[in-house]
Design a protein around this ligand. Structure first.
Ligand SMILES: NC(=O)c1ccc[n+]([C@@H]2O[C@H](COP(=O)([O-])OP(=O)(O)OC[C@H]3O[C@@H](n4cnc5c(N)ncnc54)[C@H](O)[C@@H]3O)[C@@H](O)[C@H]2O)c1
Length: 396
């Protein structure tokens, strides 16, 4: 209920209201098979469901190129369900990967298409693809008519267990990752495991770095699961990957729902553990290195740092590095060693950018024993440099 609370000060009107948020995350296969009703369920219960909804599908070029029948399948699915959803135009293909969020170009293209299709606030945008496309198109959906219904269908490991299931979107600007963006809730998310089979090994395994991330700061048992199954993950064992994605998604969603700071107004950003250097490494590589691989290196670097602060034992550090290597995740990159004219490591600037992005006091999350976390407010770059040298040895 909305209400204005009075105040003794006659020059202030305090607006206070509560609204609760929810959205479902479905797990399925063959989402665009005629016999699959998940997409219909995803929209059930939303306002104005009696009228057929005008819809747009934005889809990842990398996905389409590996699944040439997919566009036809999507058209057939919508044709079959036109009583509920109908397509304003054929699915629109966008580039996949970081290039789609490196400028405003694709945001403009997406909003132009929404406008040309006369999409109103009851219309639906269905985005099918990797985390980069989901971030860009989610942002476009969030700002068009101040937000239209968004259904995300993530198609990479990383998007299914992290990027595609949460409430953030954005594009990269001013040489900074995700500098422009919003918090915006999807109407629903549909994880279709079937899409994972056409990923390259790097894009497949990159998402496992985010699973390690959340396990290391939240869930000791999940870390042991990942550690014990690292060879199976590398072999892309279906049952293991499905369990990994589900548990990882659950931990991320629990954090959003229960951390008390879903919209990240405070200075702490636990889910960005390892990301201060990862974002910098991604930029330094000109995005030739995937987000998951950069996060993998960022996590082991921070794990080394945690060991130097006695937050992890040497045995725990060795276990983490061994598990990453066994999975096929990188623990070293030459980008770690790049220095500026003054001899300062470029990644050091990543920490300053991280602080600027969060605002307020520098706060970064570290594991405090495997499965628990703590917050630190200062970083000793001598220890980071030792970490870089240590990882260079570990990575070769
Ligand atoms: N919004 C968030 O909360 C959040 C969280 C974590 C990461 N992210 C962002 O996610 C992005 C990384 O996402 P990503 O790891 O999914 O990579 P990606 O979106 O860059 O996709 C990687 C590649 O895989 C291709 N692809 C996608 N699905 C495919 C499929 N099923 N088969 C074959 N190829 C396919 C794409 O075309 C692309 O070339 C980064 O921009 C990162 O910043 C966002």
């Amino acid at each position: 209920m909305n209400h204005f609370a009075g105040n003794n000060n006659h020059n202030v009107i305090l607006l206070k209201f509560d609204e609760s948020y929810s959205y479902p995350v479905f797990f399925t296969r063959d989402v665009f098979k005629i016999s699959n009703y998940t997409l219909l369920k995803a929209i059930a219960g939303k306002k104005n469901r009696n009228n057929a909804k005008k819809s747009l599908v934005f889809i990842d070029k990398g996905l389409v190129s590996k699944n040439p029948e997919l566009l036809k399948e999507i058209n057939l699915w919508f044709e079959h369900n036109k009583k509920f959803f109908y397509l304003a135009c054929d699915p629109v293909v966008f580039p996949g990967g970081e290039s789609v969020k490196n400028s405003w170009e694709h945001v403009h293209r997406a909003t132009n298409i929404m406008n040309d299709s006369a999409l109103d606030r009851h219309g639906v945008v269905v985005v099918v693809g990797g985390g980069a496309l989901l971030d860009m198109a989610g942002f476009a959906a969030a700002i068009f008519h101040r937000g239209i219904q968004l259904i995300r269908i993530p198609t990479t490991t990383l998007a299914q267990n992290d990027a595609g299931i949460g409430i953030k979107n954005g594009i990269n600007q001013y040489d900074k990752k995700n500098c422009i963006g919003t918090f915006y809730l999807p109407a629903a998310v549909i994880n279709d495991y079937g899409f994972l089979k056409t990923l390259t090994f790097d894009h497949f395994i990159g998402g496992i770095a985010e699973a390690f991330k959340i396990a290391l700061i939240r869930d000791n048992c999940f870390f042991s699961f990942l550690e014990n199954n690292s060879s199976l993950l590398k072999q892309r064992d279906q049952k293991t990957i499905e369990e990994t994605i589900k548990r990882c998604a659950q931990l991320h969603l629990d954090h959003i729902a229960r951390s008390g700071d879903a919209f990240e107004t405070g200075s702490s950003r636990p889910l960005d553990y390892g990301h201060w250097s990862a974002h910098k490494i991604e930029m330094l590589s000109g995005f030739s290195m995937g987000h998951g691989q950069a996060v993998s290196i960022g996590i082991v670097l921070d794990s080394f740092y945690a060991w130097t602060r006695s937050l992890l034992s040497r045995t725990e550090l060795d276990r983490i590095i061994a598990a990453f290597i066994k999975c096929g995740l990188p623990v070293w990159s030459p980008y770690l060693e790049i220095t500026d004219k003054e001899g300062r490591l470029e990644i050091e600037k990543g920490l300053e950018e991280f602080r600027q992005h969060l605002g307020g006091r520098l706060t970064f999350t570290m594991p405090d024993g495997i499965g628990q976390s703590c917050e630190l407010h200062e970083m000793d770059f001598n220890a980071v440099r030792e970490g870089v040298a240590f990882l260079k040895k570990a990575g070769f």
